[in-house]
Design a protein around this ligand. Structure first.
Ligand code: MD6
Ligand code: FE
Length: 217
């Protein structure tokens, strides 16, 4: 009797929410590893600190960013690109920690995308009021590959739109440990993150951290 009770409880630690064909949120999927993920991220940001990049239009991004993996996403006055080198240091981006790679691959499989081999992990850090304006992710070479997005720390409202800029969007609250995976028919959907509300989270303090794993090259 007791054993059955535990078996039921153990199935409730993560659950899935389909947003639309090709997009799913695996709720709390990253939570069991959160402290180890945080330690791995500190190691990365010691080598490649967070910085506020400039958009091609000349605006300083409110979200601070860095990368790990063979390729890093960068923006400057010349445009957006993936680069093997951190422009701040002139050195390759830090290696993608094995724990992060494994997490991204397990999430991709759970979402129905087999054989995902990410070579880029963009790390976003949100302070209160930081936000991400409406965009599509289309700088990757093979748009058949999904994106795996891990949220840590303070929650944020994610707006998940359609294939055209003006399409109506879905409001999704992304909380600590949630992993969103999208690809296939959802891969080019517009999306944005609303300004972060102030708060405190035991793991990240006053921040939200988001990791997006992609196959860039
Ligand atoms: C964020 N994420 O959640 C920003 N893009 O901080 C993204 O822009 C994003 O979460 C593509 C796929 C998943 C994402
Ligand atoms: Fe995006």
């Amino acid at each position: 009797m007791t054993l059955d009770l535990f078996a039921d409880l153990e199935q409730d630690w993560t659950w899935r929410e389909e947003l639309c064909p090709g997009a799913v949120v695996l709720r709390r999927f990253a939570m069991p590893d959160d402290t180890a993920i945080s330690a791995a991220l500190h190691n990365v940001t010691e080598q490649a600190p967070f910085r506020h990049m400039m958009t091609p239009g000349g605006f300083r991004m409110s979200v601070a960013m860095t990368n790990c993996g063979s390729y890093g996403w960068v923006t400057d006055c010349t445009g957006y690109r993936y680069d093997t080198v951190d422009p701040e240091s002139g050195k390759p981006w830090p290696i993608m920690p094995g724990l992060l790679l494994k997490l991204a691959q397990e999430a991709a499989v759970q979402a129905g995308f087999e054989g995902f081999e990410p070579d880029a992990c963009l790390i976003n850090r949100y302070n209160p009021r930081a936000r991400l304006t409406l965009h599509q992710d289309k700088d990757e070479r093979d748009l058949n590959e999904p994106i795996v997005s891990v949220s840590l720390g303070l929650p944020a409202v994610f707006l998940f739109g359609g294939l055209r800029r003006g399409d109506k969007s879905l409001r999704v609250l992304l909380s600590h440990g949630d992993v969103a995976v999208w690809g296939g028919p959802a891969r080019l959907r517009y999306h944005s993150v609303l300004p972060l509300k102030e708060g405190y989270h035991p793991l990240t303090g006053g921040h939200r951290i988001n990791l997006t794993f992609r196959k860039a090259a």
